[in-house]
Each structure stands twice: as C-alpha cells, then as structure tokens.
Design a protein around this ligand. Structure first.
Ligand SMILES: [Zn+2]
Length: 56
C-alpha cells in the first residue's frame, strides 16, 4: 500500500485518543477528504472531535 499523503498510524491531534492503524480505521474513525485521486488526504481530526467543534 503506498500513498505519500497519509501516514499511519494516525492519531487525532485534538483528543489524542482516536487512533487509526490502517486505512479501514482511517475511513471509519476519521474519514477521507477526497479532493481527487492524486491528492487524497485523511481528515486530521477524528469524527467525534469534528462533530464537537462544529456544534456550537
Ligand atoms: Zn479526536
């Protein structure tokens, strides 16, 4: 598996609790920001942190 953009394991920099050790967990816990094939990037914050930060 090769992608220069995504480093695994990925730890949520916000809560430092959520961790994704592979792409399946990345998709499940973080989600991808899919701009195009060449520049696919994962979300840095986990879904929970993003949910909290958008809810005011
Ligand atoms: Zn988090």
């Amino acid at each position: 598996m090769s992608s220069g953009q995504i480093t695994l394991p990925h730890i949520c920099p916000k809560c430092k609790i959520e961790i994704a050790i592979d792409y399946q967990e990345l998709e499940k816990k973080f989600g991808f920001r899919n701009i195009d094939q060449a520049s696919m990037r994962n979300q840095s914050w986990c879904r929970e942190c993003r949910k909290k930060s958008t809810k005011k």
